[in-house]
Design a protein around this ligand. Structure first.
Ligand code: NAD
Ligand code: UDP
Ligand code: UDP
Length: 335
C-alpha cells in the first residue's frame, strides 16, 4: 500500500475572489460617532475591507447595522487595552470615549485606553508594517494661551485635574506615536480633532451640541454653562471624515489640526439652536465644571496647505441635519 499525500484542502472562499480588496483597514472605536461615519466612507470604496474593534463603551452596533453581514466588513468586540492580533495595512485608532461625562466616569480606564490602547495599536502596526493614524484632540492645547491654536503651540494643560485622564492621555498617546516613528520607523499620522457634531451622537452624550438639540426638541431649557462667553468651533462630521482620510492617504505625519475655524460662544450656539429648532425655548445659565477651556479655535493653515482640506459645512447647515436624526431617534416629528 502506497502512502499518498492527503488531497489538498478546498481553497477557502475568500471574499477577495469576489471583491478586489487590496486595502485592509482596522478602525478602533469604529462603533462610535466619528468612527461609524468613517466606516461608511471607507466602505464606499470597493477596494477596502474594514475591520472594526470596539468595546461598545460609548459606541453601539446600531451605528454599523448597515454593514453587519457585508462580506468586506468585520466587527470585533475588543478592548484595545488588550493586545490585538489582526493583519491589516492601515489602522485608524479612534477608540477612546470623547465626551467629558463618559471619560470622567472611569478616569483610570480612560488613561489606560489612551496609553495602553495606543501602545498596543503601535505594537500591532510595528508587527504588520501598517500605517497608523491617531485621533488626538484640541484638548492637548488645554486652556490655550494662544488663539487660534496652531500645531506648534505646546498647550496649557493641568496634569492633575479631572480632565487630565483625557488631555494628558492623548498627549502621551502622541508621544508614543512619535517614539515608535523615530525608534521603529512606523508610519504615523496624528490628527488633532476639534469639536465635531452630527447625526449619531449619543443623545445623552453630555456634549454641548447634542445637549442643546435634545433639550430644544424636548422643550426643556437649554443649559448654558457659565459664563457662556467661552467659545468652541464646531466641525460637521462629514468634513471631519474627509480630513482624516486625506491625512491618512497623504505624506505628512502631522500633528495637523482638523476642525472648523468658525468660532461661537455657548450663548451664541444656544441662540442659534433656539432660533432654528424652537424659538420659544428658554435658555438657563447653569454651573460649569472645572478646567473648562475658555476659548478654542483651530488654525487650519497646515490642513489647507498640506492636505488641501477645509471644512465645507457651515454650522447653520449642519445643525438641521443633526436635528433630523435626533427627531427620528427621539420620535418627535416636526410640527
Ligand atoms: P465616541 O465616544 O462616539 O466613540 C469612541 C468609540 O471608542 C466608541 O465606540 C467606544 O465604544 C470605543 N471605545 C472606547 N474605549 C474603548 C476601548 N478601551 N476599547 C475599544 N473601544 C473603545 O467618540 P467620537 O466622538 O466618535 O470620538 C472618536 C475619537 O475622536 C476619539 O479618539 C476622540 O478622542 C476623538 N475626538 C473627538 C472629538 C469630538 O468632538 N467628537 C474631538 C476631539 C477628539
Ligand atoms: N501588540 C498587539 N498586537 C500585535 C503586536 C503587539 O496588540 O500584533 C501589543 C503587545 O502586546 C505589546 C504592545 O503591542 O503590549 C507593544 O508591542 P511592541 O512589540 O512594540 O513591544 P513589546 O511587546 O516588546 O513590549
Ligand atoms: N456646555 C454647555 N452646556 C452643556 C454642555 C456643555 O454650555 O449642556 C459648554 C461647556 O461648558 C463647554 C462647551 O459647552 O464650554 C463645550 O463642551 P463639550 O462638553 O461639548 O466639549 P469640550 O469641548 O468641553 O470637550
Amino acid at each position: 500500500k502506497t502512502t499518498s499525500k492527503p488531497p489538498p484542502l478546498p481553497s477557502p472562499l475568500r471574499f477577495s475572489k469576489f471583491y478586489q480588496s487590496n486595502m485592509r483597514i482596522l478602525v478602533t472605536g469604529g462603533a462610535g460617532f466619528i468612527g461609524s461615519h468613517l466606516v461608511d466612507k471607507l466602505m464606499e470604496n470597493e477596494k477596502n475591507e474594514v475591520i472594526v474593534a470596539d468595546n461598545y463603551f460609548t459606541g453601539s452596533k446600531d451605528n454599523l447595522r448597515k454593514w453587519i453581514g457585508h462580506p468586506r466588513f468585520e466587527l470585533i468586540r475588543h478592548d484595545v487595552t488588550q493586545p490585538l492580533l489582526v493583519e491589516v495595512d492601515q489602522i485608524y485608532h479612534l477608540a477612546c470615549p470623547a465626551s467629558p461625562i463618559f471619560y470622567k466616569y472611569n478616569p483610570v480606564k480612560t488613561i489606560k485606553t489612551n496609553v495602553i490602547g495606543t501602545l498596543n495599536m503601535l505594537g500591532l502596526a510595528k508587527r504588520v508594517g501598517a500605517r497608523i493614524l491617531l485621533t488626538s484632540t484640541s484638548e492637548v492645547y488645554g486652556d490655550p494661551l494662544i488663539h487660534p491654536q496652531p500645531e506648534t503651540y505646546w498647550g496649557n494643560v493641568n496634569p492633575i485635574g479631572v480632565r487630565s485622564c483625557y488631555d494628558e492621555g492623548k498627549r502621551v498617546a502622541e508621544t508614543l506615536m512619535f517614539d515608535y516613528h523615530r525608534q521603529h520607523g512606523i508610519e504615523i499620522r496624528i490628527a488633532r480633532i476639534f469639536n465635531t457634531y452630527g447625526p449619531r451622537m449619543n443623545i445623552d452624550d453630555g456634549r454641548v451640541v447634542s445637549n442643546f438639540i435634545a433639550q430644544a426638541l424636548r422643550g426643556e431649557p437649554l443649559t448654558v454653562q457659565k459664563p457662556g462667553t467661552q467659545t468652541r468651533s464646531f466641525c460637521y462630521v462629514s468634513d471631519m471624515v474627509d480630513g482624516l482620510i486625506r491625512l491618512m492617504e497623504g505624506e505628512h505625519t502631522g500633528p495637523i489640526n482638523i476642525g472648523n475655524p468658525g468660532e461661537f460662544t455657548m450663548v451664541e450656539l444656544a441662540e442659534t439652536i433656539k432660533e432654528l429648532i424652537k424659538p420659544d425655548v428658554e435658555i438657563n445659565m447653569v454651573e460649569n465644571t472645572p478646567d473648562d477651556p475658555r476659548q478654542r479655535k483651530p488654525d487650519i493653515t497646515k490642513a489647507k496647505e498640506l492636505l488641501g482640506w477645509e471644512p465645507k459645512v457651515k454650522l447653520r447647515d449642519g445643525l438641521p441635519l443633526m436635528e433630523e436624526d435626533f427627531r427620528l431617534r427621539l420620535g418627535i416629528s416636526k410640527e
